[in-house]
Design a protein around this ligand. Structure first.
Ligand code: SAH
Length: 344
């Protein structure tokens, strides 16, 4: 298996090149790509290919398909949390959510995260390997197969830092948005980052129409340093200008995520400081009541406090929403995915 190629990690153009290499006509790439996007897990199922070609592919390639290890369904809102097993023994979680406008999936990009945000369960440096594009898309294919639903929106907000796995995530975006496959448009995709500045700049050059969410969580370096170690590397005076460059290049509004943590980042002073930090910048602030992690001393801000915080931002002209949390009863809410032993 080790020396086989992962065919489901190939972008449409890589698949075309591969077909050319095998001496196949160009249309084969489209046929195979379509089968893969339907979630087939063997070449035998690709019935419009000759037996000979199916055998050749089977000898040289494999199809990545995460194994369904566990499924939990929220009694409150029908949200489904999946635990998928990978071929190296790692496991990852994905969350399928039902909204009025369609079905969203929150997927993981790394088997564990190395970023170390103190409020997040996904920190697990020992298992921090990058997922391949096939493993990322496989989460969507498996969730669709299991639930019978069709995913219309994707958020790259599961375990891992997507921009720390930049190349595979870019290949994934190419695969998932291709018209011959799942064909999910970039405007239906959100990518969330803790703020890797050089990668934000690299991404901005691609001028993709996806929504970039930036996990801000603090209005000043002093607080952000304490809760997000990445801030030591890329402090606010680097991050905010990078976000502005991103907006200027893509004309896409950035969505700043701000988890409201009682007595950490939720004072009136914090709200005014945040308004000043973002003043004049056409963006959106998404306030997320902190989801509690077992054993963590951090607790969410009170609803009254969140409202007050929001009012201050609104009064300063900053566009703000409070995120509705789904799947809290099955630990499927933001930051609750895959709590590793080494976290907190
Ligand atoms: N690494 C990326 C994406 C994964 S986390 C990032 O940092 O953006 C997705 C979002 O959930 C981030 O905004 C993250 O900061 C937030 N989050 C993490 N833990 C949380 C918690 N306990 N409560 C609320 N939001 C949390």
């Amino acid at each position: 298996m080790n020396n086989k190629l992962c065919i489901s990690s190939m972008t449409p153009s890589q698949l075309s090149e591969y077909m050319a290499f095998l001496g196949q006509p160009a249309f084969r790439a489209g046929q195979i790509f379509k089968w893969l996007s339907l979630g087939v897990d063997s070449f035998d199922q690709m019935t419009n290919l000759s037996k000979d070609l199916r055998q050749k592919l089977d000898d040289a390639c494999y199809i990545e398909m995460p194994q369904l290890l566990r499924k939990q369904v929220s009694a409150k809102d029908g949200t489904i949390k999946y635990l998928f097993g990978l071929r190296d023994g790692n496991s990852i979680e994905s969350v399928l959510m039902e909204y009025k406008h369609g079905t969203s999936i929150c997927i993981s990009t790394q088997a564990g995260c190395k970023m170390g945000c103190i409020f997040c369960a996904s920190f697990d440096p020992a298992r921090s390997r990058n997922l391949s594009a096939g493993e990322i898309i496989g989460q969507i294919l498996m969730a669709q197969k299991d639930s019978g639903r069709t995913v219309s929106n994707i958020v790259l907000m599961g375990t891992g830092e997507p921009l720390d796995n930049y190349d595979n995530v870019m290949d994934f975006l190419d695969i998932v948005s291709a018209p011959g496959g799942l064909n999910i448009g970039m405007r239906h995709i959100s990518l969330s980052t803790c703020g890797l500045v050089p990668k934000i700049d690299e991404l901005s050059d691609k001028k993709l129409q996806l929504t970039l969410s930036v996990s801000l969580h603090a209005p000043n370096n002093q607080t952000r340093d304490k809760i997000m170690p990445v801030n030591h590397r890329y402090p606010l005076e680097q991050l905010i200008p990078a976000c502005k460059r991103y907006f200027n290049k893509t004309h896409r509004r950035i969505s700043f995520e701000y988890a409201m943590i009682k007595d950490v980042n939720d004072s009136t002073k914090d709200a005014y400081q945040l308004a000043t930090l973002l003043s004049g910048f056409l963006c959106h602030v998404n306030l997320i009541p902190l989801n509690k992690l077992p054993g963590s001393p951090l607790i969410p801000s009170t609803p009254a406090n969140i409202r007050k915080f929001q009012e201050i931002l609104n009064s300063k002209g900053i566009n703000t929403t409070v995120r509705r949390s789904l799947g809290g009863d099955i630990d499927a809410a933001c930051g609750q995915l895959r709590r590793g032993k080494s976290s907190l």
